[in-house]
Design a protein. Structure first.
Length: 95
């Protein structure tokens, strides 16, 4: 399986080509959409119908160890984001 990283500019170019919008307008649409997802996910879980759910997960403080030096260090408490695809998106991907 080959991993392909897609950049925001690639999304903008695809949107511009498909809908005929100028590239600058397509960039603005993509930036606004990403910023909206980030802003709404910070407030609460974000559910996008037929796409999936973005959730904030709190990770507790814990201790880790460097396997090479065996040095123990503290991993700070943090938040991370999780995405769960919807059933309809899974069906589209899996055929």
């Amino acid at each position: 399986m080959v991993q392909i990283n897609i950049k925001r500019i690639d999304f903008s170019k695809q949107l511009s080509e498909k809908l005929g919008y100028p590239l600058s307008y397509s960039k603005k649409i993509i930036e606004d959409m990403i910023n909206s997802i980030i802003l709404n996910t910070k407030k609460r879980n974000l559910i996008l119908k037929k796409i999936g759910t973005f959730k904030i997960i709190r990770k507790n403080k814990r201790f880790g160890r460097n396997p090479k030096t065996k040095e123990i260090f503290e991993i700070k408490e943090r938040k991370t984001i999780s995405f769960s695809p919807s059933k309809s998106l899974n069906r589209l991907i899996n055929g």
